[in-house]
Design a protein around this ligand. Structure first.
Ligand SMILES: [Zn+2]
Length: 272
């Protein structure tokens, strides 16, 4: 399987990053796309990918939009020419927290949409409470040509329909496992065609509230006490199990389909 959204450079992984990758591989998650959130983390992600045969994004998160300097686009373009970089992002709008002012978020998002189009790279998009504006900016810029994934989709039916009609992929996280917060997403899942689904953990965030022992025995030995509530890419099968149950198909079939989708969108080869 391929985890298409792992914040592997997050400080929560500083002590045991290699063990996290090894545990993921042991659970069948052999490849992943590391999410970068600003220029520095893009650099760090690329460097990390060089020694680990992994892949990453290059971009500036809406939370960090205010930190983007005047010529961030040319810096990003240069970084994105590295073969490990398979998408531009994570980028988008987050009006839930507004860690960066909305005007900065819009400007930095629009610049990255143009960059993705110019470089023919897919966009890794974050949409939180944008009230349709992420869709508006993407469609106004005709962003779909190189592919778009709306990662960690938590929107409503209208959002979903618009994204699907535009040809975008939908990234599903452990949010779907949450009986309370995930209820709307659970109801919408059967409306997502199998050839548009992608799976991600968004680790270290969004650990599934319940981890069925039948899927994986967690936490394993070697995970220190302070990391017991940290999400890891090894838990991607838990997300897959929840989605497969909602779609009434086997986890194996779902995994095969979503892995094929990830290879196609991000041009990720079979592991060597
Ligand atoms: Zn995000």
């Amino acid at each position: 399987m391929i985890d298409i959204g792992v914040n592997l450079l997050h400080p929560q992984f500083a002590e045991d990053r290699d063990a996290v990758i090894a545990r993921a591989a042991a659970c069948g998650v052999e490849q992943m796309l590391i999410t970068a959130t600003d220029i520095n983390s893009t650099r760090a992600a690329i460097q990390f990918c060089e020694s680990n045969q992994l892949f990453c994004t290059a971009g500036i998160h809406p939370h960090d939009a205010a930190t983007a300097d005047a010529d961030f686009a040319s810096t990003l373009a240069e970084l994105a020419s590295h073969p490990a970089v398979r998408a531009i992002g994570e980028t988008g709008l987050d009006f839930n927290r507004n860690y960066s002012p909305p005007t900065d978020q819009r400007r930095v998002f629009e610049t990255q949409i143009e960059l993705a189009k110019r470089l023919h790279k897919p966009l890794f998009v974050h949409d939180r409470d944008s009230d349709g504006e992420v869709f508006e900016l993407l469609s106004r810029a005709d962003a779909g040509s190189a592919g778009v994934v709306i990662h960690c989709f938590t929107g409503n039916r209208q959002d979903l329909q618009r994204y699907l009609e535009a040809g975008f992929y939908i990234g599903i996280t452990g949010w779907v496992c949450d009986q309370r917060r995930g209820r709307e997403l659970q109801a919408l899942l059967p409306e997502i065609p199998l050839d548009r689904l992608l799976l991600e953990t968004d680790a270290p965030f969004l650990i599934p509230p319940r981890i069925p022992p039948a899927v994986i025995d967690w936490p394993p030995e070697g995970v220190s006490r302070k990391h017991k509530r940290r999400n890891e890419p090894a838990l991607l099968p838990v997300v897959a199990e929840a989605v497969a149950n909602l779609l009434k198909i086997s986890r194996t079939e779902l995994s095969t389909r979503t892995t094929t989708n990830a290879r196609l969108l991000f041009d990720i080869p079979e592991p060597a």
